[in-house]
Design a protein around this ligand. Structure first.
Ligand SMILES: [Zn+2]
Length: 399
């Protein structure tokens, strides 16, 4: 059995958290890299609770298999100092883990974007004493990125067996930059030439910096199997050049209806780019927003949005896969989903979702009609007349 890596794109609602599980051949446990753990508090509080339950179970079981004295993760990487990327870390530090009724979480290495002061007391008070590395409380270096060798190949920042981890951007243009998103730590994991990029809330400016200053001599270095869309799939990220250079087979984003994330437009760019793999034999679903409206979409492509389906009619029939029977759902019920992407050398990647309900008489757009609605102005009115669109919440726009 070769080395493998699995990405758990947790459903934390309007926030971000990805658990990377790296397993070396002949081992029965994983190295764990947790990238972000936060959520902007939303009315849909159930998603983060489920995600935290998953995390504590996964970390507890893994630490036990590893014969650790405490629940343990190898790396905690916080991409940048926005609450929706770190404010659930204290909950994880206080959590009770299976097999460890009295022991609290221990962290091998900690890296974070920005300055410690931007996190309130999290770094300087809460995380002190929980991190092994002596330099563990230092932030990621300013304007750091992996360098390329003479053949224009990126040089790994860390390696775990056959898995290479690269930093495409960190604290750019400077650690103290007031725009917190632009200085996000952007990570790229690689196993056997298959790459997965996690962007934090990186903006178009960060993308431009990576394409120009990091892989300028050979942009195919960021050509990847899977990409987490910058800033929850907002319109401020995902430039055309970034879509062309990354050309992923699968895309992910986590956000929710509070700010209509993810937006339709970035998703449509990847659909139109024609790189996404047809991954499902039967329909899968995802929800995206535009102009304060929400669309339910049906797809067979490898699109993994945590916002899976929103009930638009007064009552809708859904198939409960756990109970194996139909159930009725009321208008406004939102279904989130956790995606797992596994990379195994010399094999097509595996994509799984953990939703338990599937729409039966789904109120969805025809495939890619949201692309027409967003990109083709001529058809917009025609389309809006044909479909029921969902009003998004009216909270103020995110900072
Ligand atoms: Zn964010």
């Amino acid at each position: 059995m070769p080395d493998t890596m699995t990405f758990q794109f947790l459903d934390v609602g309007m926030g971000d958290s990805t658990l990377v599980q790296i397993r070396r051949r002949d081992e029965r446990f994983d190295r764990l890299v947790l990238v972000d753990c936060g959520e902007r508090r939303t009315p849909l509080g159930v998603a983060p609770a489920d995600a935290l339950a998953y995390l504590t179970r996964a970390i507890g079981e893994n630490s036990h298999a590893r014969r650790r004295r405490r629940p343990y993760i190898d790396y905690l990487i916080i991409t940048h100092p926005d609450g929706d990327h770190y404010n659930r870390v204290p909950d994880l530090l206080d959590a009770t883990f299976p097999h460890y009724p009295t022991r609290r979480l221990r962290i091998g290495d900690l890296y974070y974007g920005g300055n410690a002061a931007e996190y309130g007391r999290l770094i300087t008070r809460t995380l002190v004493g929980r991190v092994n590395a002596l330099d563990g409380l230092d932030p990621m270096s300013q304007n750091y990125h992996s360098r390329v060798d003479g053949a224009n190949r990126l040089i790994a920042w860390r390696t775990f067996g056959d898995v290479n981890l690269y930093v495409l951007s960190a604290n750019w243009p400077s650690r103290g930059t007031r725009d917190r998103n632009v200085k996000s730590i952007v990570l790229m994991f690689e196993l056997d030439g298959q790459k997965v990029i996690l962007t934090g809330d990186a903006t178009r400016a960060t993308e431009r910096h990576i394409l120009r200053d990091v892989v300028g001599r050979d942009p195919s270095e960021v050509s990847c199997h899977a990409l987490k869309l910058g800033h929850h799939g907002s319109n401020g990220s995902t430039s055309d050049a970034w879509v062309a250079a990354t050309a992923p087979f699968a895309i992910f984003a986590s956000g929710d209806q509070v700010w209509a994330h993810p937006y339709c437009r970035p998703i449509c760019k990847f659909i139109d780019g024609d790189h996404l793999r047809r991954q499902f034999r039967t329909n899968s679903y995802y929800t995206c927003g535009d102009l304060g409206r929400y669309f339910n979409n049906r797809t067979r492509l490898a699109i993994g949005m945590n916002l899976f389906y929103e009930v638009a009619r007064r009552r809708e029939r859904l198939y409960d896969e756990d109970a194996q029977r139909n159930v009725w759902a009321r208008r406004g019920t939102v279904y989130g989903v956790q995606w797992a992407l596994s990379i195994v050398p010399r094999r097509r990647f595996e994509l799984l979702r953990t939703d338990t309900c599937r729409p039966q008489d789904a109120n969805v757009n025809r495939p890619f009609d949201c692309a027409a609605a967003v990109l083709g102005d001529g058809r917009r009115d025609e389309l809006l007349a044909l479909i029921d669109v969902l009003p998004a919440a009216t909270d103020p726009a995110p900072a």
